[in-house]
Design a protein around this ligand. Structure first.
Ligand SMILES: Cc1cc2nc3c(=O)[nH]c(=O)nc-3n(C[C@H](O)[C@H](O)[C@H](O)COP(=O)(O)OP(=O)(O)OC[C@H]3O[C@@H](n4cnc5c(N)ncnc54)[C@H](O)[C@@H]3O)c2cc1C
Length: 394
């Protein structure tokens, strides 16, 4: 991987790889093939990963976690994804949410939520942002107050009352802790009128809808949920009232999560192609000895390694570089998306007919590779977000 990782970081990556290969890989295809998407979620594997300490990697040590940094978590995620995406992505969802609670939670509430999270090996978490009529609008924000999240939170003494509907959110229906983005000032633009609340998954007034039947990432389910007069105390606000976006941006300078998913999946696809090219004999010799095949493999590896080096720089920069520009995260995500788009046709070329057979590993990997292309905003939106920074210094 050619990045100066410490022995501790490499040991954690090896522990992850060993767990994934031993526990997850043997059952992944069977879980992926379940016809009811609800059955693709494995509580047992989540529990086992948690007992190894993977779920609480982002919780500060004072609250019972490992207190790892973004670079370490990116290495763990990238390593795990190369075996199977779903379970390790559930862990990284937990890192994102617990890290946000640790940084933005206030007083007793911070301790209460982190304790609940750390002590329960089955506790997974959701981020409730996307709605039926608000997807990209929550990422590429506009000044028009009518654009973006419609779910409202209305103040009632020390409480807020939440009403609305959410769509496509990861782990909804399985999560015990959820971060709800709701409008507290519907007359203000989204960035100035949205507050983030912490909810329990079993709160009165929450109703769960369908679990989406996705093409890829099937061990990591997404679902719909509905909120009718759900009451949240003001202590359970993360950051400031009407300041959800501003607080998030102040404490989190992005993360390399989707980038690690993309590059990890591409590494896995490359390995499948390389092994196949060494074993498959055509024209009287292994196909890797045909210059066209060797050159496609070299091209794949070069693209992967360029994307990975930018990813390590982004992950390190988030924690360590005061001059780090959030634009780098968007650019690195864009490059990792394009990596997938460039690799899939080459993989299908090298693998020939076997590439699309359901019992061959590339079939699931290709479904998984194309699943997050919209994640954290589509590529066309990423370019618009980068364009918004063209006038910024540096
Ligand atoms: C696997 C998966 C996991 C997810 N996890 C979560 C989660 O945990 N929490 C959560 O809240 N959501 C989650 N989502 C939802 C995801 O964030 C949205 O799907 C994503 O933001 C895109 O929104 P959309 O699907 O509504 O696309 P749309 O917004 O409908 O976009 C469609 C097209 O229109 C373009 N477009 C939109 N607006 C503009 C504009 N202003 N200018 C130019 N072009 C524009 C887009 O770029 C895109 O090309 C998840 C989705 C999936 C599939």
């Amino acid at each position: 991987m050619q990045y100066p990782f410490s022995q501790d970081q490499l040991a954690l990556a090896e522990l992850t790889r060993d767990f994934m290969e031993r526990e997850v890989v043997p059952v992944a295809a069977e879980l992926d093939a379940k016809s009811d998407p609800r059955d693709c979620y494995s509580k047992d594997l989540v529990n086992k990963a948690s007992r190894l300490g993977l779920r609480t990697l982002a919780v500060p040590e004072e609250f019972g976690g490992a207190g790892t940094d973004e670079l370490t978590r990116t290495l763990v995620l990238w390593t795990g994804v190369q075996s199977e995406l779903g379970i390790i992505k559930i862990m990284s969802q937990c890192w994102k949410v617990s890290n946000t609670i640790a940084k933005l939670g206030k007083g007793d509430a911070r301790e209460r939520w982190l304790k609940m999270f750390v002590e329960d090996h089955d506790c997974v978490v959701s981020i409730l942002m996307t709605e039926p009529d608000a997807g990209s609008d929550n990422i590429y924000r506009q000044s028009d107050p009518n654009v973006g999240i419609r779910t409202t939170a209305v103040k009632d003494g020390d409480w807020y009352v939440i009403n609305g509907a959410k769509r496509f959110n990861s782990l909804v229906g399985f999560s015990k802790i959820m971060l709800m983005y709701a409008r507290t000032d519907p007359k203000a633009p989204l960035s100035e009128g949205t507050t983030c609340f912490i909810l329990r998954g079993d709160q009165e007034g929450i109703r769960y809808g369908r679990i989406e039947d996705k093409m890829g990432w099937r061990l990591y389910p997404n679902g719909d949920s509905f909120y009718e007069n759900v009451r949240v105390h003001k202590d359970d606000i993360l950051g400031e009232v009407n300041g959800a976006y501003e607080s998030m941006e102040a404490v989190n300078r992005g993360n390399a999560e989707i980038i690690a998913c993309n590059t990890g999946l591409c590494r896995a696809l490359f390995k499948v192609c390389l092994n196949h090219a060494k074993e498959r004999i055509q024209g009287g010799k292994p196909i890797i000895e045909h210059p066209t095949i060797a050159s496609m493999l070299a091209d794949m590896l070069t693209d992967i390694e360029v994307a990975e080096q930018f990813m390590w720089r982004v992950a390190w920069g988030i924690d360590n570089d005061p001059t780090f520009n959030r634009r780098f995260t968007v650019q690195s995500k864009l490059i990792s998306d394009r990596l997938g788009m460039r690799l899939v046709p080459k993989a299908l070329d090298i693998l020939g007919g076997v590439g699309v057979m359901r019992d061959f590993p590339s079939e699931k990997l290709i479904r998984d590779v194309i699943t997050p292309w919209h994640g954290a905003g589509t590529d066309s939106l990423a370019l618009l977000r980068i364009a918004r920074t063209l006038e910024e210094p540096g």
